[in-house]
Structures are given as structure tokens and as C-alpha cells.
Design a protein around this ligand. Structure first.
Ligand SMILES: NC(=O)c1ccc[n+]([C@@H]2O[C@H](COP(=O)([O-])OP(=O)(O)OC[C@H]3O[C@@H](n4cnc5c(N)ncnc54)[C@H](OP(=O)(O)O)[C@@H]3O)[C@@H](O)[C@H]2O)c1
Length: 271
């Protein structure tokens, strides 16, 4: 079957930003496929077809994209939203724990991109929207593994975008700041906690909880994802929300000494 409408695939659409993005894309006129690792537990969303997907598995990524093509005949937009946070000082995560985070946040994106590209190249059109974060372009003390995964996505996406543009495809980044979702609760905690970092980790936890409470509604990020999916002249980077916009300006224009001290101040680190 082939649909005349554009088809968007949103990974991790069971909650948070992915859920609102899926609903936003339905409103924008897309046929939307959302994914979850366990669709039997998902609350149905009007206009969204749900498929099982674990982005950490090659066979699951291949099967999900195959099903989208079999059911809809096309895939115009891939939103790589599925992701997991990771809290703790860099030294407090084992390599195995960091690999698990990267397997979702980085290799999960690579798996999905590799699966959709042959279809997008054959169609000579497509858009890949990768969820980064402000922590993809600024330091993330006490979230170093997560920050590293989002920096990796920034590097990967900007290179990919140059490779696929001549085939009618764009690869774009959406960069939210703190957003009110289950992200913090779903984040991994350090598997090798060290007493030396305990106090600062707790301080960071308090800062993060307060920032998420005052953070953007996921609908703010969803609106930006829809803009990235539909802009006639897309940009490589879309910040989402006021704080993310301010962080991006600070990163680009503040002298390095001022930028460095701002990061320490924001995270209540001893100067
Ligand atoms: N919230 C923030 O403050 C914030 C800020 C910047 C960037 N982001 C980014 O925004 C994206 C969405 O996060 P969120 O805030 O909406 O968090 P969330 O509510 O925890 O949602 C995460 C989603 O990822 C899915 N997921 C997790 N592991 C998966 C896996 N192995 N395979 C497939 N799906 C998986 C989950 O679906 P199932 O459990 O149903 O499988 C869930 O729908 C993430 O990439 C995150 O890094 C969030």
C-alpha cells in the first residue's frame, strides 16, 4: 500500500517530547508511526500507528522500518527522539554503563538512519531530525556521559547532512533545554557512585529537578520538530525554547572565560 500523504516515523513516541511530536505531525497532515519498546502498554494516540522498536537492537530497527514501508509505501520524515539520560560524575559510570547509554542515544540513531536512507534515497527526498540537547553543545557536568552522547549526535548529524543533501535529504538537529517530561526519572543513575562526588551530585540533582519543573512544556519542543519537518528552507540547527536559544547565543558569542565561569555558576561548582 502507498499513501499519498507524507509519512513520519517518530521513535520513542510513548511519552514526553516524542508523544507531543507525533501528535503535532498528525495535525500538520502527516501519516504518523510512533514507536515504543512495548506497544501493549502505550495509551493510543489519535492518528498515530504504534510499532514496537528497541533502537538498541539491529533487528528491531530493521523490522520497524520494513513494517513502515510495507504498510505505507514511503517514509518522508524520521524523528530520532528515543533517548535516555545519564546522571552522575564522569568517573562514576562504568564503561559498560556508558556503552548502554551510547547504544540508545548514538548507535540507536545510527541504526535508524542506516535503515531509512535507502528508502529516502530511492524517493529522492526525506528529512532526518535528530534530538540533540543544549548539552550537545555546552558542557554537562554531572551528566558527562549523556553530554558526550549528544555531542556525538551533533558531530554525526552535521556531517551526514552534507553527505545526503544532494539526494534530496536533510539531516537536522533539534536542541531543547530542560523540558517537563519523565526524562529525569528515566535517567540512569551512576553504577559506580563515589563518596567524593556525592555532595555535588546531590546539588546537581536539586538544580536539575528545579530546572525541569520550570522547564518547557514538551509541546514547545514538538512545535519546533514540526517546523524542522516542514520548513521549505530547513536549517541544520533548531534550538527549542527560550533557555536553549540563550545557551546557543552564549556558546557562540561569549568570551571563553565568561562562558566557562557561567557554566560553573549555573551548576553551583566551586570557582
Ligand atoms: N526532557 C528534557 O529535559 C530533554 C532535554 C533535551 C533533550 N531531550 C531529549 O529528548 C528526547 C526525548 O526525551 P523525553 O524528555 O521525552 O524523555 P522520556 O519521556 O523519558 O521519553 C523517552 C522516550 O524514549 C523511548 N526509549 C527509551 N529507550 C529506548 C530504546 N532502547 N528504544 C526505543 N525507544 C526508547 C521511550 O519509549 P518506551 O519506554 O516506550 O520504549 C520514551 O518514549 C531524548 O532524546 C532526550 O535526550 C530531553
Amino acid at each position: 500500500m502507498t499513501t499519498a500523504r507524507q509519512v513520519a516515523l517518530v521513535t520513542g513516541a510513548s511519552s514526553g517530547i516524542g508523544k507531543d511530536a507525533a501528535l503535532g505531525l498528525v495535525k500538520a497532515g502527516f501519516d504518523v508511526v510512533g514507536t515504543s519498546r512495548d506497544t501493549s502498554r502505550v495509551t493510543p494516540l489519535e492518528g498515530v500507528t504504534f510499532l514496537d522498536l528497541d533502537v538498541a537492537r539491529d533487528d528491531s530497527a530493521a523490522a520497524a522500518v520494513k513494517q513502515v514501508i510495507e504498510r505505507f509505501g514511503r517514509i518522508d520524515v524520521l524523528v530520532n527522539n528515543a533517548g535516555v539520560g545519564s546522571i552522575g560524575a564522569a568517573e562514576e559510570s562504568s564503561v559498560a554503563q556508558a556503552q548502554t547509554v551510547f547504544d540508545i542515544n548514538v548507535f540507536g540513531v545510527l541504526r535508524m538512519v542506516r535503515e531509512v536512507l535507502p528508502h529516502m534515497r530511492a524517493q529522492e527526498r526525506g528529512r532526518i531530525i535528530n534530538l540533540s540537547s543544549v548539552q550537545g553543545f555546552i558542557p554537562a557536568p554531572y551528566m558527562a556521559v549523556y553530554g558526550a552522547s549528544k555531542h556525538a549526535i551533533e558531530g554525526y548529524t552535521q556531517s551526514l547532512d552534507h553527505e545526503v543533501r544532494e539526494y534530496g535529504i536533510r539531516a537536522l538537529l533539534v536542541e531543547p533545554a530542560y523540558t517537563r517530561t519523565g526524562f529525569e526519572a528515566n535517567s540512569t543513575q551512576p553504577d559506580l557512585p563515589l563518596e567524593v562526588y556525592a555532595q555535588q551530585r546531590q546539588t546537581f540533582g536539586r538544580i536539575m529537578t528545579a530546572a525541569v519543573e520550570e522547564g518547557d512544556d514538551p509541546a514547545v519542543v514538538a512545535k519546533v520538530i514540526v517546523a524542522a519537518a516542514t520548513d521549505p528552507r530547513p536549517k541544520l540547527r533548531y534550538t527549542a525554547g527560550t533557555l536553549a536559544g540563550r545557551a546557543s547565543v552564549l556558546r557562540r558569542f561569549a568570551p571563553s572565560g565568561i562562558f566557562d565561569s557561567q557554566i560553573r555558576k549555573m551548576n553551583q561548582l566551586a570557582s
